[in-house]
Design a protein around this ligand. Structure first.
Ligand code: NCD
Length: 321
């Protein structure tokens, strides 16, 4: 994306230091640690690829994905390899979990193999926390149910910061299936903590009153919700986590909540578009907008995912030592 202006770090930024061994969510992460991770990720993003290949030498990272993933899994894999770690992808479809093994039994088995870091994605909220209580390794949450996706929020914040130079004071609309989105939750905590004015835009059936109760403005009209926003972040309808008929038909949804050029005119004049992927074109976003390099930050988000996860893996290794 042409607009990105990497703020070059001339002096090397040191590894972020964390007070806890695991990265399970943004909600309870101190702001100093958030900023340290972002600075270190920004530093990694500005350096040539192969400069750090000994930082995690002797470390073993296991990617354990109980849910499908392309971006997040590959991004953790690249990050671990760029830091020199050994990495193993555990495929759940070929594992004992399919034979009915409980999460704790799986944890005990994995623990016996003495990995250093487990990167875990799971369909149940709280699964990475549970695992972290039964293994010696450090655990990074790579997305748990509807709960949190901390590294996605960090990479989103880094993308905004490198593109616009700031986060504080920005009006950011997070739009779509809020209830089922761990990305929405983690970003709500993170972007608000960094001083952004975060609001949710969603059909009333897909946003719980909990969010307005904790002070997040909620709009059920898309044009009103994105009015004047500098960032419009779109979310997928996560039908796999829906229990009933919360979402209207895809056609109706696109008409009311899909981002197209017409609705985008209501946002700030140079508004930028984000999406964590995978995208459903023609459902929550029009292809023309998703592919417009002057407006879309989507590939920058994917690119910065690697540097962000490098900063997280390195920081966690630091706590373990
Ligand atoms: C998101 C996720 O898995 O929570 N994707 C991602 O990690 N890039 C969002 C989604 O699945 O829609």
């Amino acid at each position: 994306m042409g607009k990105e202006t990497p703020n070059e770090n001339l002096t090397p930024v040191t590894a972020a230091s964390l007070s806890k061994k695991h990265i399970l969510g943004i909600e309870n992460m101190p702001i100093l640690e958030i900023n340290a991770l972002l600075e270190r990720a920004n530093y990694f993003a500005n350096q040539p690829k192969a400069t750090f290949s000994t930082i995690l030498a002797n470390y073993t990272v296991l990617n354990i994905f109980f849910e499908n993933s392309t971006r997040t899994r590959v991004s953790f894999e690249l990050a671990a390899k760029r830091l020199g770690a050994s990495l193993l992808n555990i495929s759940i479809s070929g594992s004992s979990v399919k034979k009915g093994e409980t999460l704790i039994d799986t944890a005990t088995t994995l623990n016996a193999m003495r990995p250093d870091i487990l990167v875990v994605r799971h369909h149940s909220s709280g699964a990475p926390l549970l695992l972290s209580q039964h293994v010696d390794a450090a655990v990074i949450n790579a997305g748990d149910g509807r709960h949190e996706h901390p590294t996605q929020a960090l990479l989103d914040a880094l993308t905004i910061k490198r593109t616009l130079g700031r986060i504080a004071g920005l009006k950011i609309a997070i739009c779509g299936d809020i209830n089922n989105s761990r990305v929405a939750r983690s970003n709500m905590y993170l972007l608000s903590a960094l001083g952004a004015d975060v609001r949710f835009v969603s059909p009333s059936t897909l946003v719980s009153p909990f969010f307005s109760d904790i002070g997040i403005p909620v709009f059920t009209d898309m044009e009103e919700g994105i009015a004047g926003c500098e960032i419009v972040m779109m979310l997928r309808l996560q039908t796999e986590r829906m229990e009933g008929r919360e979402a209207p038909s895809q056609r109706e949804y696109f008409q009311l909540f899909g981002l197209d050029s017409y609705k985008l005119q209501k946002a700030a004049p140079d508004a930028l578009i984000m999406h964590p992927g995978p995208m459903n074109r023609g459902v929550e976003i029009d292809s023309k907008i998703a592919d417009d390099n002057n407006k879309s930050l989507i590939s920058t988000q994917v690119e910065l995912g690697v540097a962000t996860r490098m900063a997280c893996l390195e920081a966690i290794a630091g706590v373990k030592l």
